[in-house]
Design a protein around this ligand. Structure first.
Ligand SMILES: Nc1ncnc2c1ncn2[C@@H]1O[C@H](COP(=O)(O)OP(=O)(O)O)[C@@H](O)[C@H]1O
Ligand SMILES: CC(=O)N[C@@H](CCC(=O)OP(=O)(O)O)C(=O)O
Length: 283
């Protein structure tokens, strides 16, 4: 029979293992839109904080930006999953990410017991960015992360707050850049030497061509999986960012289904975990 006491005690080793460690969570997709999932995500993140783990949330908001652009009759254009961002689009990106989406997440977490503080990569110059330069095309105000200054995130975490970060960066001249949220999550996880980086998405994890979950991926397999078309679209930046994070010292990266209630807790507090785990080759 299911015993609540046993179930609670089973999480003890994981609380001990991750106590005072940093977990960076990329939050996006349906998990951010559906009210029930929003509530369970907010409770999960608050619970992590109360048991002594330090969650840092980095959010996306691509669909929300698209909705507002559409209402303003501005066309959304993408190149390899990145939004081509002119001045007008950038204005909307900042309003939607740092305004609407960020504040909504903060409100939800605070309503569900946590103490969240919304902040963008522009605040305290957390994310120094530079223009993304590609050979074939000018993406406008799309940026790459040049460096991360995590000091303010550490202060907030140490003071009991849950930082919620929008993926906007700034350069030395004060010019703002639109950055893919997956790569911002990875850069922040690297700068904080995070124990885990967890991407919440809308599939069970990385799937093979037959649609089955691949539960473990050694990072040198990633290029091959892109080349043979196993991984396409939005999964490409996620896995490239995951690889970068593992290469630069983040212990574990997981891609899990944010549309399943409490998947975040299952990943952290169970032996089997959920979703796909990306790992470095054993030496
Ligand atoms: N091998 C794969 N396994 C799982 N999803 C994949 C794969 N290849 C491409 N995808 C696509 O990537 C999407 C997730 O990326 P994206 O839409 O950017 O998610 P998010 O908004 O959560 O960041 C999935 O919904 C799926 O359509
Ligand atoms: C350059 C670029 O494409 N930036 C993204 C930033 C938001 C994001 O990454 O949101 P998701 O995680 O929901 O896709 C955009 O403008 O849509």
């Amino acid at each position: 029979m299911f015993d609540k006491g046993d179930c609670l005690v089973e999480v003890l080793p994981y609380i001990k293992k991750f106590y005072s460690k940093t977990v960076v969570i990329k939050y996006g997709g349906s998990a951010m839109i559906e009210p029930k999932l929003r509530e369970s995500f907010s409770k999960d993140v608050s619970l992590l904080k109360y048991v002594g783990i330090n969650p840092i949330v980095v959010h996306g908001g691509g669909p929300e930006i698209g909705d507002v652009l559409k209402r303003l009759n501005i066309e959304s254009k993408f190149y390899e999953g990145l939004r081509i961002t002119d001045e007008n689009t950038m204005e909307v990106v900042v309003m939607v990410l740092a305004g609407k989406v960020n504040k909504e997440i903060v409100l939800q977490i605070n309503k569900n017991g946590g103490r969240a503080v919304g902040i963008s990569g522009v605040d305290a110059q957390i994310i120094k960015a530079k223009k993304k330069l590609l050979k074939d095309i000018d993406l406008g105000l799309v940026g790459d992360v040049e460096s991360v200054n995590p000091t303010i995130l550490m202060h907030l975490s140490e003071s009991g707050y849950i930082p919620v970060v929008s993926p906007i960066g700034v350069d030395d001249d004060g010019k703002r850049y639109n950055i893919n949220a997956d790569s911002v999550a990875s850069a922040i996880a690297i700068s904080l030497k995070a124990e885990k980086l967890i991407y919440l998405t809308d599939t069970d994890g990385v799937l093979n061509k037959e649609g089955e979950l691949i539960s473990s991926i050694e990072m040198s397999q990633i290029s091959q999986m892109i080349n043979d078309g196993t991984i396409t679209g939005g999964m490409i930046p996620k896995l490239l960012s995951a690889k970068e994070a593992i290469n630069k010292g983040v212990n574990k990266v997981h891609i899990i289904n944010g549309t399943k209630i409490h998947s975040l807790l299952e990943e952290i507090f169970t032996q089997e975990g959920v979703g796909s785990q990306i790992y470095a080759k054993e030496s």
